[in-house]
Design a protein around this ligand. Structure first.
Ligand SMILES: NC(=O)c1ccc[n+]([C@@H]2O[C@H](COP(=O)([O-])OP(=O)(O)OC[C@H]3O[C@@H](n4cnc5c(N)ncnc54)[C@H](O)[C@@H]3O)[C@@H](O)[C@H]2O)c1
Length: 346
């Protein structure tokens, strides 16, 4: 396949590109290189003839038309977004412009290109979204694809809006779309502001390891390379107009996740005392959703997909990756405007 990936310099997009190229697909990476974009994530494929890069902002419709005309992609995987919940609380404007208006631009550019090419049957527009659109769960229950939308942060509201636009473009114009809503990802190349890297890097720096509230919020953790595998499967085999929830089958309270990371570091990088002694409880995030959990029945039963790594295995690989790749994360920590924030998503 020839795939146009938006947001390919980000955490999940770069995992998708590395996997797609290893499977012989041709990839055009379209990315504006915001504070979160990092071409170093793609160093292993940068010289591959299957890879090309377009430095383009999805808010620029004319530039999108040019990219479609120049590359003639067979399908689109749309990941470009502002992705950090805490940043959306501090400043929602970029989230509205990129996640909603940017997705509208992508849909219109894709529709124009697809219609102009005679509406080829094999064209696909895959929209990548989040389980946060469904709101918050209590102690029991799981999100299915039929759970009503109930977004509660500027980030999740902007993603919910984009999901509705994608469905509307399918119903109204017949654009061949598939959608996925996934749980919290973690793994290599995760931007240093997000929760799992914050824990690892603050622990190594001897700083406090910040945990919101009492650390009782529950997330379902998905290893990013498993997610990339699921996304390519949905692109190839997903039913048109259908959405698929993707989860890691790994629910954990934040405090338990943090303690697991500390225990792995105690083994790999021993010091006097445990890294868990650095845990510091801080004031909770405004409107902090208590629990997210994914019912993975549809993708498992219809497409035969299940995650391949457990949370313990994935965390071990992730901690080792950060220990081995200090140059990568130090460069990002030094970027303008990047403070180490708490993060619960991404
Ligand atoms: N990380 C998660 O746990 C998670 C979970 C569910 C869904 N998602 C979704 O997956 C997608 C990717 O998430 P991520 O964690 O890799 O994000 P990320 O922040 O790591 O990467 C986002 C990428 O998009 C690019 N980008 C941002 N605005 C752009 C614009 N206007 N034009 C072009 N490029 C732009 C950035 O430069 C960056 O490379 C997002 O759509 C996000 O909503 C993420």
């Amino acid at each position: 396949m020839k795939i146009l990936v938006t947001g390919g310099a980000g955490f999940i997009g770069s995992a998708v590109i590395r996997l797609a190229i290893s499977r012989g697909h041709e990839v055009i990476n379209l990315d504006a290189l915001t504070y979160a974009g990092c071409l170093e994530n793609l160093a292993s494929v940068a010289d591959d003839p299957l890879y090309s890069f377009e430095h383009v902002d999805i808010r620029d419709r004319a530039a999108l038309d040019r990219v479609f005309a120049a590359h003639k992609p067979q399908c689109v995987m749309h990941l470009a977004a502002e992705s950090h919940v805490d940043r959306s609380i501090d400043g929602p404007g970029d989230f509205i412009e990129t996640n909603i208006t940017g997705t509208y631009n992508m849909l219109e550019a894709a529709r124009g290109y697809w219609a102009g090419a005679g509406k080829p049957d094999d064209f696909r527009f895959h929209h990548i979204s989040t389980d946060e659109v469904f709101g918050s769960l209590g102690a029991t229950g799981m999100f299915t694809e039929d759970t009503p939308y109930d977004p509660r942060s500027p980030y999740s509201a902007s993603k919910a809006s984009s999901d509705h636009l994608v469905r509307a473009w399918h119903e109204t114009y017949g654009l061949p779309v598939v959608l996925t809503n996934c749980s919290n990802n973690y793994g290599p190349y995760h931007f240093p502001e997000k929760l799992v890297p914050v824990v690892i890097l603050n622990a190594l720096a001897g700083k406090g390891i910040p945990v919101y509230g009492k650390g009782e919020n529950v997330r379902d953790w998905l290893f990013v390379e498993d997610h990339a595998d699921a996304l390519l499967l949905v692109l190839e085999k997903g039913a048109l107009g259908r959405s698929y929830n993707i989860g890691g089958e790994n629910e954990a309270r934040n405090i338990d996740l943090v303690r697991s990371i500390c225990a792995i570091l105690d083994e790999k990088r021993p010091k006097a005392g445990s890294y868990a002694d650095q845990i510091t409880f801080v004031q909770d995030r405004a409107g902090h959703d208590l629990r997210y959990a994914i019912d993975p029945a549809r993708i498992r039963d219809e497409l035969g997909w299940r995650p391949s790594v457990t949370l313990d295995e994935g965390l071990e690989k992730t901690v080792q990756w950060y220990l081995d790749n200090e140059t990568w994360w130090r460069a990002l920590q030094d970027r303008d405007g990047v403070g180490v924030r708490l993060g619960n998503k991404g």
